[in-house]
Write a protein that binds this ligand. Structure first.
Ligand SMILES: [Zn+2]
Length: 315
């Protein structure tokens, strides 16, 4: 059995090794046929079944498997346990090896260390050695992984602008100064729509806009009438900053938004939603975050970090 998280991966393993798979969205009859073929077929006829982690509930019996390979890290210890159980159900009369593959310099490497720690905590609770609650939900894993990735802060020695994100009132030189500062750090400034004092967006959707003042300006990139993109407006040079954020220009009186390049992440602290307390709790548990470039938002703050060398992700 090969287990994976992403649909593309499950499909790719099935396509490579005989076509049997269990995946969310598959018709029940097809799932049953795949299971039956795997359970009764010879190793030549049905060598592998490819299974989506967490898909299809706990009811699948795959005791014909001799080896389980989890090709992607699960987000909780429970998901890995569930995959193992499919191979160890009643009727299994042989030992089964279970492998979890973790590639170097991928997010799985960090996930694996976080999830392994959580498994140890879970075991301690189940053994009666600890009686406090265990937070092994997906959100807490995401928060811990993000924490582990905040390896390096951005240089804050340059003069910092005050609130620039979503304030709606920043204009002219102050906005351009902020844009130049972020550009020097490798982020790409993008002109954004502002919100009106009554809360409606300045974009054409006005009061119907679902994210007033919180989305970038865009241009038509064709071919369809709805094909708009902010990407041509992202500033890659100081000249582009001067042009796009010029006083009286097409994008004046708007907001400054930032496109994240590869290898960076932002922690968005929302104080209306317990952000301050969550950050303090994580700092107590995992250590403080490095000093970095940050700016205030209407409800908290953004902190910008570089992720470890070799990482291609952004977030
Ligand atoms: Zn809008």
């Amino acid at each position: 059995m090969v287990a994976a998280h992403h649909r593309d991966e499950v499909d790719a393993y099935a396509a490579e090794f005989g076509g049997l798979k269990l995946q969310g969205g598959q018709p029940v009859a097809e799932k049953e046929a795949a299971k039956a073929a795997f359970q009764v077929g010879s190793a030549d006829e049905a060598p592998v079944i490819s299974v989506a982690i967490g898909a299809g509930g706990v009811g699948h019996t795959l005791t014909a498997a001799r080896v389980g390979i989890q090709a992607e890290q699960a987000w909780t210890p429970g998901d890995t346990q569930q995959m193992k159980k499919r191979l160890h159900r009643i009727g299994q009369d042989r030992p089964v090896d279970y492998y979890i593959t973790v590639a170097e310099s991928t997010i799985d490497e960090h996930l694996h260390s976080v999830v392994s720690t959580k498994q140890a905590t879970l075991d301690a609770v189940l053994d009666g050695q600890a009686d406090d609650g265990v937070a092994d939900d997906e959100r807490s894993v995401v928060a811990e992984v993000a924490w582990l990735l905040t390896q390096q802060g951005l240089d804050v020695s340059a003069a910092e602008p005050d609130s620039v994100d979503g304030s709606g009132s920043s204009s002219g030189k102050m906005l351009r100064d902020a844009a130049h500062l972020y550009l020097r750090h490798g982020l790409q400034p993008v002109p954004g729509w502002a919100a009106r004092p009554n809360g409606a967006c300045c974009c054409p959707r006005s009061a119907d806009c679902p994210r007033p003042g919180k989305h970038p300006r865009s241009v038509h990139v064709g071919p369809g009438p709805r094909d708009f993109s902010w990407k041509p407006l992202a500033c890659a040079t100081p000249d582009e900053v001067e042009q796009r954020f010029a006083d009286g220009g097409e994008y004046a009186a708007g907001n400054l938004m930032l496109a994240m390049p590869e290898g960076m992440l932002v922690i968005d602290q929302d104080n209306d939603d317990g952000g301050r307390e969550a950050i303090a709790a994580l700092a107590g548990q995992l250590g403080g975050l490095p000093v970095t470039l940050s700016h205030d938002t209407p409800h908290g703050s953004h902190r910008i970090y570089r992720t470890p060398q070799g990482w291609k992700g952004r977030g």
